[in-house]
Design a protein around this ligand. Structure first.
Ligand code: FMN
Length: 382
């Protein structure tokens, strides 16, 4: 049954040799100043690359105003392009594929990251909860500034420029981050979008920027090297559409017309984008609901284990499954799964920020036993 994870799969322009994708994972460890990927990040991705396997990077801000947390890497400066080139080379040297996740956080940010300017968003509505400030402190989200209609074209142009930069950095493709309560989802969902121009109101209007970004990025890379991530039932960062089905059905059908390489759906089983260890039961499978509306490759993510992932693939709900927390703790997750070996547990305290600890010190098979912050490893079984 686990074998279902190890059959080849065509995704857009690429042939994967297995179906265990590394999910996008923000780790807040870019070098400062400048939010530049560096040797530590190269080693982290190198460890997690596998022959014919696909990695989707952590979200990378497409512009300075797209940043929402300190030490997240960007893809808007020459130094960042050079830094990412080290990452793509290391992954390619191991025979792996790597897509960059293009990220604009919108209102999920803090003015300390923008020289005192308020974050921008579709409407001037603050997200509930707390931001990470530039100095890694927590502060309530501020009321953002609503983007002027004329500014939206420049945000779309920033996505296109970021895609060109990603190409220069050697990425195989890009994933548009349309999930988890960030800028594009803020436009999609009525509770964060009260605009009265062509980018607000009807489903068609709320979807407009997403379709424009998908087209602009596809013009750069070719649609067969572009994926998009959506979380139709997501509740992260104050999102939550009351009636997600009509909105997302229509959006997914429109995206299908652009023939993107893949659709990446976050399942509602994972709470707040993996921010808590809750496994929500009795919730729908986004992959099952939207599969009939999407003709190309479908990647599902959210609280999957190798065995539930294999089942999702066998039933046809998904073509591949992305793993987040398990990939943090298991650099060689596909190989461990293939061999049926135990998995390292993850250490949530070291998810965000810091250095090598909890980042590049999880052992691969055969390495000495992992000791998380001085405590003995508690292996979990596949
Ligand atoms: C530390 C951490 C950072 C994350 N960063 C991102 C991100 O940058 N972009 C994104 O789309 N999702 C992000 N997510 C969500 C994961 O990609 C994934 O959807 C979630 O963890 C559920 O999958 P899992 O149960 O396999 O961990 C993050 C999750 C965690 C735990």
């Amino acid at each position: 049954m686990i074998q279902a994870l190890f059959s080849p799969l065509r995704i857009g322009a690429f042939e994967l040799s297995h179906r265990m994708v590394m999910a996008p994972l923000t780790r807040m460890r870019a070098s400062q100043p400048g939010n530049v990927p560096h040797a530590l990040n190269v080693e982290y991705y190198r460890q997690r690359a596998s022959q014919g396997g696909l990695i989707v990077t952590e979200g990378a801000q497409i512009s300075p105003s797209g940043q929402g947390m300190p030490a997240t890497p960007g893809i808007h400066s020459q130094a960042q392009i050079e830094g990412w080139r080290g990452v793509t080379q290391a992954v390619h040297d191991k025979g792996g594929l790597i897509f960059l996740q293009l990220w604009h956080v919108g209102r999920v940010s803090h003015s300390s990251l923008h020289g005192g300017e308020r974050p921008v968003a579709p409407s001037a509505i603050a997200a509930p909860g707390h931001a990470f400030t530039a100095t890694f402190e927590r502060a309530p989200f501020e009321t953002p500034r609503a983007l002027e209609t004329a500014e939206i074209a420049s945000v779309v142009a920033d996505y296109a420029q970021a895609a060109r930069n990603a190409q220069q950095a050697g990425f195989d493709g890009v994933e548009i981050h349309g999930a988890n309560g960030y800028l594009l989802e803020q436009f999609l969902q009525s509770r964060s979008n009260r605009r009265t121009d062509a980018y607000g109101g009807s489903i068609e209007n709320r979807s407009r920027i997403v379709l424009e970004v998908a087209a602009a990025v596809s013009d750069v890379f070719g649609a067969d090297r572009v994926g998009i991530r959506l979380s139709p039932f997501g509740v992260a960062n104050g999102s939550g559409e009351e009636e997600p089905l009509p909105l997302y059905r229509d959006l997914i059908e429109q995206l299908a017309l652009q023939n993107l390489a893949y659709l990446h759906l976050v399942e509602p089983r994972a709470s707040g984008a993996g921010q808590a260890d809750v496994d929500h039961q009795n919730v729908p499978f986004a992959s099952e609901l939207f599969r009939p509306h999407w003709p190309n490759a479908l990647i599902a993510a959210g609280n999957y284990t190798p065995s539930t992932a294999a089942a999702a693939i066998e039933t046809g709900r998904a073509d591949a499954v992305a793993f987040g927390r398990l990939f943090i703790a298991n650099p060689d997750l596909p190989e461990r799964t293939r061999q049926g070996s135990v998995l390292n547990p993850y250490d949530r305290a070291t998810f965000y920020g810091g250095g090598a600890e909890g980042y590049i010190d999880y052992p691969a098979l055969g390495a000495s036993a992992y000791r998380a912050r001085g405590t003995p490893a508690r292996p979990t079984s596949v």
